[in-house]
Design a protein around this ligand. Sequence first.
Ligand SMILES: Nc1ncnc2c1ncn2[C@@H]1O[C@H](COP(=O)(O)OP(=O)(O)OP(=O)(O)O)[C@@H](O)[C@H]1O
Ligand SMILES: [Mg+2]
Length: 388
Amino acid sequence: MTNIFEDLQEESVGVSIFKDKKPLDHRFLPENLPHRKKQITEIAKHWIEALNGNTPSNITIYGKTGTGKTAAAKFAKEQLIEASRDKNVFIKVEYIRCTDFTTEYQVLTYLCQRLGRDVPNRGWTKGEIVNTFRDILRRNAFGRNLILIVILDEIDILLEKDGDGILYTLTRTDNIAILSISNYLDFKQFIKPRVASSLRDKEIVFPPYDAEQLADILHERSELAFEENTLEESVIPLCSAMAAKEEGDARYALDLLENAGDIAVEEGSEIVKGKYVRQAKDVIEYNKVKDVIITLPTQQQRVLAAIMKLTQDNEEITSGKLFEVYKDISKGDSVTYRRIFDFINELEMLGIISTNTISRGRGKGRTNIIKLQTDSKLIQDNLSAVLY
Ligand SMILES: Nc1ncnc2c1ncn2[C@@H]1O[C@H](COP(=O)(O)OP(=O)(O)OP(=O)(O)O)[C@@H](O)[C@H]1O
Ligand SMILES: [Mg+2]
């Protein structure tokens, strides 16, 4: 028998659309970030202080999803490290994604470890970890003056979960500059005044990209990722226009391009066609909703299953009717009628359903009518576990 991996490899080499898929990956850091020069220069103007041996100002970056915040921060980090190499300064830049490190304790433990101090991941009190951390920076164990720049990406998540203690500790430790990255302009609601006043941050806004800017970004990436002359002329303009509508999200634009390429390979086509971009949009949408559905808690999946059944039966869905069908599906293992309303709210927030309050006429009160906003087949495909 021939080797299955070798066969597959030969097959994929056979279709030469992709040169290298890595540049289309979200984590890929390009050497050039078109249309972000101004923002990166602003970061650099603050960070240059570190090269003179001073602690830079704290910075906060705001911007919607896919506007290049993470990429710009990592880019500035690499540049600073490179620039500091032949200078007599000791600069460390640590990147922390607050979805991975969700408490002050975890962040400080990680920073201590990165600075060469072997501290346990759990078991110490917060006070012990804070003191150890401060000690490293105070004593300048490195002989030279250490300047530590801490990038806290998606900081809203940490602040919401664990309060502003991390900012308090970092702002009250010598030789530290913070770069916070947030999707929300109002994330400072989580910061108490005394911490806000010691943060004294400079703010940098990352505006959404327009279609033309997205096209520039895609052109650079596609040259690295695709073989020459494999993209139909309409492909990049289409991806850019669609992503510009989605709030100027470069990640979405790259997703469209990659998925369109995948579809071309699946279809055995030698070029990526405009129509594949439109299909890619559906694939991405499908996967997004699928992810949401399969990660819902079981009881909520049953509520959704009940809504789906009633929709397929062309019934008008009231909460009363929904509860009956839901109980039927749950076979005894059900939550209260009251709890169902929370589930309905959550499903509405996720955009899977919509609700509409209507008045039945005088004296008859008001009723909530629920409507599915997602293809019921898609839901059925992904809910089989709770249905059968
Ligand atoms: N100006 C740019 N040039 C090239 N690639 C870019 C540019 N801006 C963003 N990208 C790419 O788009 C993708 C998303 O960017 P990034 O992760 O930096 O967005 P973000 O603002 O951090 O989004 P989120 O808020 O969702 O974390 C990445 O793959 C990144 O490399
Ligand atoms: Mg990011």
